[in-house]
Unconditional design. Structure first.
Lengths: 390, 390
């Protein structure tokens, strides 16, 4: 096990009827908030009105900043920063999924500095201060509600970059599984894929071979996300399934899984970010198109971990007679079949991206490869992986 | 899944060479500390001198309060409170295992109030304020380093009582597995038993049948603690084994396992506390004497969960043909055999406690049964369980 610091200051309020706590939790941070939300679903479901009522009831003034896109864009972040400054807000409230929360984080960091917020993402400036942030989560997926990361797309440069800082943890996040009953099947599936991808990235890129505590937790989370997603697609109002999916997705990327693994990489996300930046595909859909190809490529070089995952999660009779390579290939098949079952695209073709674009995607991905210091990835290697994703 | 609040403010610094951080971490809380420690081992190993040097280097004045016993006693807590008041300390530093940290917590809560500290344990007063606490952990066992609970023994009334409060979380806890290389085999085993017992209590007394996320985490932790304990006994300086045992024991009782289960009980601890209070046996040794009997008793009434644990953790060919009762009995046997292998007493007899004492132990346990509201436990039932522990 490698050395680690584990420190999650976020308070999670999980369960039924927890949304009305957003008012008091926010009021404890300040009296005027920027309310950040998306493009319709939280308004249609009535959630946004419940949040507004709770904030007003707690005496919190509201400045509205709606219209956040999936794959949130820098120009909209800058608008939010302008609003936050203009009205002198002292707390940010996010109502949404990872996109909304990430934009809210970017605003919370960007509105307290003179320079442009994008400099945090390119590594030219580091975050020293943020406004406090509270959230009401509407999608089990990204884990942003309980972590210190954020991802924003710069539409001018076509770069989707992420960064992290201890100050970006939300103060309080409210996780009511019932809020996600209205999430449609496609986004339910994409969210599950995102959560599985987070765990897979850690599981495959760990720097330490001796982390049984983390391994068992990660295997359990993958199993839970897959089972819970199946339950939610069979019955969107299955509270237990929604709760399991929500809490698993949060734990998948809150530090618990990665603590002790050493410096882990996010190569599948690196490639997916280029798909989102170039084609604006939903993040989870892009991930399910990348995962089989990347795992196939990785499994040919280092099959042991993928084979171990198969032994733990997908055992079958006479498993002992199979080689690591065979078990690795089997894992890829099982995941690809699961993507098929939940209707998440399992290839570039299913995403509608032509193979002739592969060189351009690889070129784009190299930008993030450099920033994330994934030094083993060259344009040739990324093209090789993308060819396996066709 | 039941509603829950999850909020662990403790910062964990885990790994090699983390002990020198105790100075700066403590200095961030105050300039004069009460240094709380046990009866020799941390002094003999040189750890205490390293802590003193780090504190002094960070400019923190030290008031010494050594001599904490395993099963820490109220009279010694009161002495610590007196010292803390007399010298006006503003932070408490604990160097030790669960006993030392629990006593430090009791002092941190008791030294800021006028009334006697025992009132917190009998429920007649509630904690509203504490001094900040930092810790250096020396034993993988209790989980106190990252939770909000504490247990103290009142030697006058022969009561071993526990209580909890959000303000009791340590600010920072330092977990260096190398510090535990010198823990002797018996206490290594007792610590592992304690960690397994914590998870078993939650696993068996959950109020919710649909908590797959928590179930997978709990099963993984039990597996890890058992494997890691075996590794540490085979080689006390096996870093990976010590690290796995330490982090598993912390996660076993930091809220992660219990969040979502509803109101869980601690019936095995309730009975063990009487063994410690009456005979001053090490907590883990008392637990391994209670676990087989309680599980046997519980398994006769409700075998499904124990059988499920067997299916997950201890699978064997033709398992499907066995009844829940058979699998429950098998789980008890496997745990009893493990206690035998690690030399932790698996019965009252092995603890040297005569069966004629059973009525008195049951009478004593009823005190805690009332405070913890374990209402289904009568003296007759506790005697019945204790007879199965003989």
């Amino acid at each position: 096990m490698q050395n680690f610091v584990f420190h999650i200051p976020t308070k999670i309020l999980f369960g039924r009827n927890t949304v009305p706590a957003i008012g008091p939790e926010t009021a404890a941070c300040g009296g005027r908030c920027l309310l950040v939300y998306g493009r319709g679903s939280s308004s249609r479901s009535g959630l946004l009105d419940r949040v507004r009522a709770s904030l007003a009831g707690a005496g919190v003034e509201i400045v509205e900043h709606g219209g956040v896109r999936s794959n949130p864009v820098l120009s909209h972040v800058r608008q939010g920063i302008g609003l936050a400054r203009q009205h002198g807000v002292d707390v940010i409230v996010a109502v949404g999924g990872g996109s909304v929360i990430d934009e809210a984080k970017a605003i919370s960091a960007g509105c307290v500095v003179e320079h442009d917020v994008w400099k945090f993402f390119t590594g030219r400036k580091s975050i020293k201060k943020t406004l406090p942030l509270t959230t009401v989560l509407t999608l089990a997926a990204a884990g942003s509600e309980m972590n210190s990361g954020m991802v924003i797309t710069n539409e001018e440069t076509r770069e989707k970059f992420g960064t992290g800082n201890q100050l970006l943890y939300p103060r309080t996040s409210i996780l009511d599984p019932e809020v996600t009953f209205t999430v449609p099947p496609d986004y339910t599936a994409y969210g599950a894929v995102d959560a599985v991808a987070h765990v897979l990235e850690f599981y495959m890129t760990t720097q330490d071979p001796d982390t049984p505590v983390q391994d068992r937790i990660m295997e359990g989370l993958i199993e839970n996300v897959m089972e819970a997603c199946d339950r939610c697609l069979a019955d969107p109002c299955d509270y237990g399934g929604r709760a399991s999916l929500m809490w698993s997705a949060t734990l998948a990327l809150n530090g618990l899984t990665a603590a002790g693994l050493g410096r882990v990489g996010f190569p599948m996300h690196m490639i997916e970010h280029s798909l989102s930046a170039l084609y604006d595909v939903p993040h989870g859909a892009g991930l399910s198109a990348v995962i089989p190809g990347w795992l196939t490529w990785h499994g040919r070089r280092a099959p042991a971990r993928i084979a171990g995952l198969c032994r733990r999660l997908f055992p079958f009779p006479d498993m002992e007679r199979c080689s690591d390579r065979e078990l690795a290939a089997r894992t890829v098949t099982i995941l690809r079949n699961w993507f098929g079952r939940i209707n998440s695209p399992a290839s570039l073709q299913e995403l509608g991206i032509p193979a002739t674009d592969i060189p351009e995607i690889a070129r784009n991905a190299m930008g993030l490869a450099k920033i994330w210091r994934l030094n083993e990835y060259t344009p040739e290697i990324i093209e090789e992986i993308l060819c396996l994703c066709r």
